[in-house]
Design a binder for this molecule. Structure first.
Ligand code: ADP
Ligand code: MG
Length: 267
């Protein structure tokens, strides 16, 4: 492909929606947590979600990553309906195997890093590629070493989680998710459990990842990250999207009083 053609291709894939969330509801018993969420994330975009505790942010990410089933609506990732197969407008459950295949395409990083404590950083990163993808240990190690270097931990490959700081553990968790070569990365408040001085390194890794073209949905209270790295900012409250758009514009000039109120508390 010529340079111009490859740039054109990159541009066209950048604008294609990778994630489409349409009218998603989630109930836990009678507790109505998501009340009709619509959201689109294009390929290569960083979509930041903010909102008060209990507004349904984690539940939404968990629905995208099939850790929860939705009560109504549709979620598509790369044109694949997530969790279901649609026949004549009716939804049928996917098999466990099909669900596992969809989940492999999506990486998730949680507030708590949940690394395997009895495995080194490197062993944590090669676990899924070798066990789930059946990659050879040699190939997985090579890739894991690259990823650990990318997150600034090339010299910590043989350290156990207990020998790493929270920020370093979180960066191992990011490397571990990337080892499965996901097309979408979900981050659920990845820096909220960290001491303030460790937050910057993790955000830096996420920024590099964004620059590399990864499609990301990031739940965070780091407004600076949203402003600098986000392509879109969505403010959720009580299970609905209150406001969504350009991060710079929303932060500078929130349209809804609930967004104003929330931002005035976190800024
Ligand atoms: P956020 O991440 O924005 O703080 P969550 O998605 O964690 O919000 O939670 C939204 C609401 O859903 C909360 O009221 C929470 O208690 C409820 N919730 C979340 N998970 C469950 C669950 N597994 N069972 C029952 N209620 C839940
Ligand atoms: Mg949450």
């Amino acid at each position: 492909m010529t340079d111009t053609a490859s740039i054109k291709k990159q541009e066209s894939t950048r604008t294609k929606p990778l994630v489409e969330i349409q009218g998603v509801h989630k109930l836990f018993g009678s507790h109505h947590v998501l009340k009709g969420i619509d959201m689109t994330v294009k390929q290569g975009e960083v979509s930041v979600i903010i909102g008060p505790s209990g507004s349904g942010k984690s539940t939404l990410l968990r629905c995208i990553n099939l850790l929860e089933t939705i009560s109504a609506g549709r979620i598509y990732v790369h044109d694949d309906l997530i969790g279901y197969r649609e026949v004549n407008g009716k939804l049928h459950d996917l098999t466990t195997k099909q669900i596992a295949a969809q989940r492999r395409e999506i990486g998730m990083v949680f507030q708590r890093f949940n690394l395997f404590p009895h495995k080194t950083a490197l062993q944590n990163v090669i676990e899924a590629p070798t066990q789930v993808k059946r990659q050879s240990k040699a190939a997985a190690k090579l890739k894991a070493t690259e990823l650990l270097e990318m997150v600034g931990l090339g010299d910590r490959a043989d350290f156990y989680p207990s020998q790493l700081s929270g920020g370093q553990q979180q960066r191992v968790a990011i490397a571990r998710a990337l080892a499965m070569e996901p097309e979408l990365m979900l981050f659920d408040e990845p820096t909220s459990a960290l001491d303030p001085e460790l937050v910057g390194d993790v955000l830096e890794v996420m920024k590099d990842l964004a620059k590399s073209g990864m499609t990301m949905i990031v739940v965070t209270h780091e407004i600076g990250f949203a402003r600098e790295v986000g392509d879109t900012l969505t403010f959720m409250d009580a299970g609905v999207v209150v406001e969504s758009g350009n991060p710079r514009e929303i932060i500078a000039n929130p349209q809804h009083h609930r967004t104003q109120e929330f931002l005035s508390r976190v800024l």
